[in-house]
Design a protein around this ligand. Sequence first.
Ligand code: VAH
Length: 341
Amino acid sequence: MFAVCTAFRNFAAQNRTCLIRMKNILVVGSTGQIGSELTMKLRREIPNSTVVAGYIRGAEPKGILLESGPAELADVTNAPQLAAIVDKYHIDTIYNLAALLSAVAEAKPLLAWHIQMDGLINLLEIAREKHCAVFTPSSIGSFGLNTPHKNTPQDTIQRPRTMYGVTKVSTELLSDYYFHKYGVDTRSVRFPGLISYVTLPGGGTTDYAVEIYYAAVKGEDFACPIPAGTYMDMMYMPDALHAAVQIMQADPSRLIHRNAFNIASMSFEPEQLRAEILRFEPDFKMHYVNDPVRKAIADSWPDNMDDSCARAEWDWRPTYDLHSMSEDMFRHLREKLKPAK
Ligand code: VAH
């Protein structure tokens, strides 16, 4: 009888969260590659919402991110600081985007664990006590060498050998645990490599696919750290942001999975990207450089994921492909990087 009551209480708590969700939102890591754009999207698109830009010292919000809504010091490893923000703004949804990306995490594995895992447990405990929903992204980095690389299934073996990957698998498991044990409304996706013209990423393995566009627009010879023929899932940022919002607004009764859905839109290797860029910059030059850390990481990640569960359970659909993304990237970067008059 006790088990039934517990399950019902958890479900009721989870549904109460669902009814009040996505009005008062905290974005932890709001000045990062995803956070800087997600914060603005939420502020633009969620009517009557309060979207708090959480940041750490040395990465303060600036410009429109600072001027368009509240900002608070929100160090994911400082639980009292986070709890005070949740109370102050009556937060109902937390986007947890605080993380070291794959290559940096390999250089600083203990710091990566501290941020990604000690930070996550802080947020999940606060969410349990204060009935918040929590989105903490996973990634293609959660897979390893013995994961099927082609059409990587939603449910499959995950034995990554990078600290980034270990934290992503642990994030998926811990987030599932808080849902099943306490009814915390945790949901997330496994992001591919994300490409954007707004905020430069820092220290990822897929980031060559961002840096290459900057080099092409600047007329620089691009040094590619990823060997030809190395396929990885990639996604244009607008699609990734749409997924991050759409999943948190999905009908929970349809969700069979929760943490973390495979989502996919395109898979390419450096030579395919070079060919696409030459369509916009015929004089573009690229050569390969040896980067054993990024090569080993990239070799362990999928070529392309199967995202049929996300499509079936919450109607995920990408809108950009390599050509439409490249058109948009060049249009914005040529404007952003043009010499000041
Ligand atoms: C990285 N861009 O390369 C990030 C991302 C899926 C890759 O996690 O580490």
